[in-house]
Design a protein around this ligand. Sequence first.
Ligand code: TXA
Ligand code: MG
Length: 323
Amino acid sequence: MTAILPPDARGLAEAARLLRAGALVAIPTETVYGLAADATSDAAVAAIYAAKGRPTFNPLIIHVADHAAAERLGRFDPLSRQLAASFWPGPLTLILPRAADCPVSLLASAGLDTLALRVPAHDLTRDLIAAAERPLAAPSANPSGRVSPTTADHVLSGLQGRIAAVLDGGACPIGVESTIVQVLDGRAHVLRPGGLDRAALEAAAGPVVTTAAMVDARSGGAPVSPGQLASHYAPRARLRLNARSVAPDEALLAFGPEPLSGARATINLSPAGDTTEAASRLFAALRALDRPDIAGIAVMPIPDMGLGEAVNDRLTRAAAPRG
Ligand code: TXA
Ligand code: MG
């Protein structure tokens, strides 16, 4: 059985106790729910991969309570330090070389000599990390390849019985995963667009480079990890992007003030045309429309501005042919 823990002092203490004991606990963050375990324990990290059914070569994000804790795990260059100062706590993950005495399990970074680090903005998450007194490894709390969870119910629908507990912090306010950045040769490379939008990043870091594949400094920047599998974040139903019309047996994921009519079921990500609101509703909407009685999901065009870039990245992956 998976316990549902309330977001109060008692729930927090129980979640921390379970994590210290090496158990798996799903935790809320400002982006999506994470499937957390003690990042310093090989056994606990291995249990994450087992519960998710995730290929073990896909490395995990390490969550810490503050920037100072991150400095003990990774080696910061000046631009990474500036980005951390600007955006932590918040939806930014930095890829950094491991510090010499880094206690994080090698399994968590899947053999790379770099580490993905982030300080979550959610107070509850940081309080839990502080109470657990260790960094937490946490991928999104969904079975591998499925849509990321933004509520405790979503977590249970995928992982019920496979994890010790879920800390119920309500709906995640941002709704898409963190933006992943790696500084190479003094420039910020975006490895995954996410909850921190490009304009904010460029205001702090200057022009950024988008790099679709995960890279490893050791190999001079060549892609070494398949971190971003093409087919990812996938509902069972087939997605049709940039739809200008919709069939009666399709579901419609709409955007903006003029949704197409005639679909079997419709969810509008943002009638006002706001990409931040659309991001916060994206994964719940994909789950709700993923019904057996529809032929597929038609998706109206969504502009790339603001969090629209992350929304379109996730939709493109969800629409990719299944491998
Ligand atoms: O918002 C988020 O980032 C959420 C919450 C729970 O924090 N977490 C999340 O984790 O989305 P996950 O495991 O679903 O995605 C982690 C991504 C993967 O694409 C992985 O390949 C990449 O981070 N990653 C992790 N370590 C890396 C490294 N050393 N080098 C390059 N990419 C790395
Ligand atoms: Mg994920």
